[in-house]
Design a binder for this molecule. Structure first.
Ligand code: BG6
Length: 493
């Protein structure tokens, strides 16, 4: 049974629906799906819950502006706007107040005459997850439907204990297979592609299998600072904000064994197996570098950002050196780095293979596979070839495929939320984080944080490449960060 037929219509309820996420991501994604004919008023109604004094029309006026700014294509399509407007309504209530759920119950059940499926999307702080799920249960709303789903945004807790507590609370109202933990990185085209690139190419699969990898690097850097999220960010920092979720997901996809089949369970099991065997490569001082951006005289230091403690020791840059303690990868460093206000914005993976040696004894540049995740999407391989002419000189060249440079590819690549919403409504868990993943990844991050209390906080100037200590971490192993060159703004519509 898919989620998208009109015999089983869906009521998608967004708590915290007047926040930025709804305007920038969720409704533009639904709009794109309406344009593609996936949803209409026969199979989906969207209910926005908020405390503000809107009605459906005043909410829609704002929402349509968000769609014009953020939808992927045909931002001005009147027919699609009208269709979406028929699907969206605003329901004013305070979700802390149990009594008001009775009215919500009545309203939701009036939307379709047939049996429906409910999706509850919590775009609220994690501390409110249990408040809402408990009240949904106590008000009997959850009993009214043939199927129910819960979609939650990160952060899923702020350490292992809070994640365990939240999970235990929501499990009182929803079963594990009804819970969809969102990690939007999992819906990025080139992250989904990692499995195909690895397992769909004998040339790579055997290099992985026979341990021909020298080191792996995962980079996600941004030029933006913390923007208006200072109060959240100052209590989390780069390690929690990016590594615990997004970058460990990428790491596990890169290191996992081939799943036994294509089910979400098999993929998640293979991923968590990697986490269970992940450890720091060296001592905590050597393997975890923390940094914080400081002003260049024009742009603010982190400590001067709004809603950030002026004495803050939160890291805005993190570089970690892991190892996956299983053959054939035992001594292979896996470097992960992320930072805000860096010189370049780019997310990519670099897999450096063992050094190449020629029959005449020459040591050549190692082959490197780069998987570009964003903003450009693509893949390239660095190989050695002879320079043309009467010479035996060897030069490294790039065999380069820029996927997102091709208009048709951009057109066919959904935005992360477009894919996530569609898959959740199809009840497909593949691109959502499992509880095991959340649990073990928090265990890893907690352990690092506990051990790192004496780790230095390195300053780095805004728009630089980060602290020198992160370069030294690689130099100790004879490695260096592989910096990708990006195509630039080639893929705007
Ligand atoms: C979010 C983090 O999960 O991911 C942000 O909270 C970060 O701090 C963002 O900026 C990065 O996402 P993307 O898709 O722009 O790489």
């Amino acid at each position: 049974m898919t989620g998208l037929d009109s015999n089983h219509p869906n009521v998608f309820v967004i708590f915290g629906g007047t926040g930025d996420l709804t305007y920038r991501k969720l409704l533009p994604a639904f709009y794109d799906l309406v344009l593609q004919g996936v949803f209409d008023a026969n199979n989906l109604k969207i209910v926005i819950i908020g405390r503000r004094d809107y009605n459906s029309q005043t909410f829609l006026d704002r929402a349509l502006m968000g769609i014009e700014a953020n939808a992927r294509f045909k931002k001005e399509d009147l027919e699609a706007k009208q269709k979406l407007s028929q699907m969206v309504s605003y329901y004013k209530m305070d979700y802390h107040d149990l009594a008001s759920y009775a009215g919500l119950r009545e309203y939701l059940s009036s939307l379709f005459e047939t049996a429906v499926r409910y999706q509850f999307y919590l775009a609220v702080a994690p501390s409110s997850f249990s408040i809402i799920t408990e009240k949904l249960r106590l008000s009997h709303i959850l009993e009214d439907v043939s199927a129910k789903q819960l979609l939650i945004e990160k952060p899923f807790g702020n350490d292992l204990q809070s994640a365990i507590d939240i999970n235990a609370m929501i499990l009182k109202s929803f079963k594990e297979d009804e819970i969809y933990r969102i990690d939007h990185y999992l819906a990025k085209e080139m992250i989904i592609n990692i499995m195909t690139i690895r397992f769909g190419n004998q040339v790579f699969e055997s290099l992985w299998k026979y341990g021909e990898i020298d080191n792996i690097q995962i980079t996600a850097t941004e030029t933006i600072g913390v923007e208006d999220r200072g109060s959240y960010y100052d209590h989390s920092g780069a390690l929690e904000d990016m590594v615990q979720s997004h970058l460990l997901q990428v790491l596990t996809l890169l290191m996992m064994k081939e799943p036994t089949d294509d089910s979400p369970e098999a993929i998640h099991t293979a991923q968590t197996e990697v986490l269970k065997n992940l450890e720091l490569f060296d001592t905590i001082e050597n393997s975890y570098i923390r940094g914080q951006y400081v002003s260049d005289g024009k742009v603010n230091s982190y400590r001067d950002e709004e809603r950030v403690d002026p004495q803050s020791s939160t890291e805005t840059y993190a570089a970690v050196e892991f190892r996956y303690n299983k053959e054939p990868f035992k001594d292979v460093p896996i470097y992960v780095r992320t930072g805000k206000r860096m010189d370049k914005a780019g997310t990519y993976v670099a897999v450096q293979f063992k050094p190449s040696k020629m029959y005449d004894g020459r040591e050549l540049d190692p082959n490197v596979l780069i998987i570009r995740i964003g903003p450009d999407e693509g893949i390239y391989l660095r190989v050695n070839i002879k320079k043309p002419g009467i010479t035996s000189e060897v030069q490294p060249i790039k065999m380069d495929f820029c996927q997102s440079c091709i208009l048709e590819n951009r057109y066919n690549t959904p935005q992360a939320y477009e894919r996530l919403l569609r898959m959740a409504l199809e009840q497909d868990h593949t691109l959502f984080a499992s509880w095991d993943f959340a649990n073990i990844s928090w265990e890893i991050i907690d352990a690092i944080q506990k051990r790192a209390i004496n780790n230095m906080l390195h300053e780095y100037e805004v728009f630089s490449s980060g602290p020198d200590a992160a370069d030294e971490m690689l130099e100790r192993n004879g490695h260096y960060w592989i910096n990708d060159t990006v195509y630039g703004e080639t893929f705007k519509f």
